[in-house]
Design a protein around this ligand. Structure first.
Ligand code: PGA
Length: 243
């Protein structure tokens, strides 16, 4: 069974105090969220403890935004799987396009190693893939995504895995990918996987206005939400979309 997973990606936003303020406004609104929807908040490392403590016993789970591929070592500034697992983190974003762009994280081989590191410690990786505008215009969506999946999922167990299709041109731009096009690409991604039950999300300018149409698409199992996950009110509207 494919699960519906709605994840917020806070990026480099929210101090601990701001995270707490968000939770106080957001958590009560989960009372009306249908049971089968899994809710994840991917916070900066510094806010993970606050989330762990306050999400205990709630519907929402704690997620991180990156993971190192080694369990420990001389890697200044990095955070490993055991460190995240100890904090009660259950999900972790891997290969977000902002990491690829600003931190020069490439597919080969470190995304694959990060995915495996997450799984090794019982975390569910949310692997992000997606094309640039130039790749789309050049008709290279399929070949680009195929290449990413081939490299990032080499010898990966697809039992504990989420994929997020995030067309890079749609992230933070307000230019959402048309729902039927996102559905088409996600269908293509699914056809490349060995496990038909992997949940595949769409990400890129999701907001309370377009969520119903996105979630009405048969191939789309959830969303990864940046900007609209920062305000309790808008993220609550997204998790409580009309089905
Ligand atoms: P956005 O970000 O919703 O602000 O476009 C999505 C993401 O980066 O995951």
């Amino acid at each position: 069974m494919r699960k519906i997973v709605i994840a917020g990606n806070w990026k480099m936003y929210k101090t601990q105090a701001e995270a707490l303020e968000f939770l106080q406004a957001f958590l009560p609104q989960l009372n009306q969220t249908p049971e089968e929807r899994e809710i994840v908040l991917c916070a900066p490392f510094t806010a993970l403890t606050v989330l762990s403590k306050n999400l205990h016993g709630s519907r929402a789970r704690v997620g991180a935004q990156n993971i190192h591929w080694e369990d420990f070592g001389a890697y200044t500034g990095a955070i490993s799987g055991p460190m995240l697992a100890e904090l009660g983190v259950r999900h972790v974003i891997v290969g977000h396009s902002e990491r690829r762009r600003y931190a020069w994280e490439t597919d080969d081989p470190i995304m694959n190693l990060r995915v495996k590191a997450a799984q090794r410690h019982g975390l569910t990786p949310i692997l992000c893939v997606g094309e640039t505008k130039a790749q789309r215009d050049a008709g290279k969506i399929e070949s680009h995504i195929l290449g990413q999946l081939k490299t990032d999922l080499a010898e990966v167990d697809q039992e504990n895995l989420i994929i997020a299709y995030e067309p890079i041109w749609a992230i933070g731009t307000g230019e959402t990918c048309p729902a039927d096009e996102a559905n088409r690409v996600i269908g293509l991604i699914r056809s490349l996987l060995t496990n038909a039950n992997v949940s595949i999300q769409y990400g890129g300018s999701v907001n309370p206005t377009n969520i119903d149409e996105i979630m009405a698409q048969p191939e789309i199992d959830g969303v990864l939400v940046g900007g609209a996950s920062l305000k309790a009110e808008s993220f609550a509207q997204i998790v409580n979309y009309q089905s």
